[in-house]
Design a protein around this ligand. Structure first.
Ligand code: HPA
Length: 281
């Protein structure tokens, strides 16, 4: 057994000593969704720091714990806080929580984040359905010996963001009169924001938003065969697109402002996942 899988199994056993909860859907909460737990009937919380070897975030506003509970009867896990590659963790640690959720039973992964708008028609505060991603600027989390227990060596990536879940998010946004952009997310490593020339490059490549998370998580979840969907909250226009220099505080504040719609979209979408979950027991 390789080291990465061994560490994962150890964390899994640690979690199982604390709870036998089996989430069917999991939500990774990005900036602005920090207090999302109020939408959940909470059963159990586990701080990341309780789990030996588990990566713990160093970023303000990303305090880390798992929240297990129910949304409209659906067993869900929420990750409040995630670690980022720029914090210095190996990418295998960055995706460890996602793999752990997979081992616990998660079939659907809902990824959320705050991102910079690259598309010139986007505005701060918009929400965007992630239709696809560009991962070439971040390390691939599957590099190294394949973990055969989790998935295949060369996973197909032609529909990472499940088409039916995309339709569900679009219809949920319409029903709740929530304006929703659609586009492609690019993950950069950070922690510095991009230069204007890099943003120009990303736009030329077909990216609509840019951030420092999500894609490596989607690759690891896709490897394990999870169904994936994602929404970005556009917290700022990317570098060079507005007069102001970028600041973490601005990103946090804009994400907080968009939070009510963001929470509603996530909760109502999860409610709509019921048919997906009964069909693939
Ligand atoms: N760039 C990268 N990551 C981000 C940004 C950005 O402009 N905004 C929020 N996360």
């Amino acid at each position: 057994m390789g080291q990465i899988y061994e560490k994962l199994k150890k964390c899994f056993e640690d979690v199982r000593k604390r709870t036998d909860f089996e989430p069917k859907a999991a939500i990774v909460l990005g900036s602005g969704l920090g207090d999302y737990a109020e939408n959940i009937q909470v059963e159990r919380e586990i701080s990341y720091s309780e789990l030996e070897g588990f990566p713990v975030s160093t970023v303000p506003g990303h305090a880390g714990k798992f929240i297990f509970g129910y949304i409209d009867g659906i067993p869900v896990a929420c990750m409040k806080g995630r670690v980022h590659y720029y914090e210095g963790y190996p990418v295998s640690d960055v995706v460890l929580p996602i793999r752990l959720l997979g081992l616990m039973g998660t079939r659907i992964l809902f990824l959320t984040n705050a991102a910079g708008g690259v598309n010139t028609s986007f505005h701060a505060g918009d929400l965007m359905l992630i239709k696809d991603h560009i991962s070439v600027f971040a390390p691939n989390p599957l590099i190294g010996p394949n973990i055969d227990q989790l998935g295949p060596r060369f996973p197909d990536m032609s529909a990472v963001y499940d088409r039916d879940l995309q339709k569900l998010i679009i219809s949920t946004a319409k029903e709740n009169r929530i304006f929703l952009q659609q586009g492609v997310y690019a993950q950069m490593t950070g922690p510095s924001y991009e230069s204007p020339a890099e943003i120009h490059m990303l736009r030329t490549l077909g990216c609509d938003v840019v951030g420092m998370s999500t894609v490596v998580e989607a690759i690891a979840a896709n490897h394990m065969g999870m169904k994936i969907c994602g929404v970005s909250c556009i917290s700022n226009l990317a570098a060079g697109m507005s007069e102001n220099p970028l600041s973490h505080q601005e990103v946090q504040e804009a994400a907080d402002m968009a939070a009510p719609n963001f929470k509603k979209l996530v909760t109502e979408t999860v409610r709509g996942m019921k048919p997906f979950l009964s069909e693939d027991k």
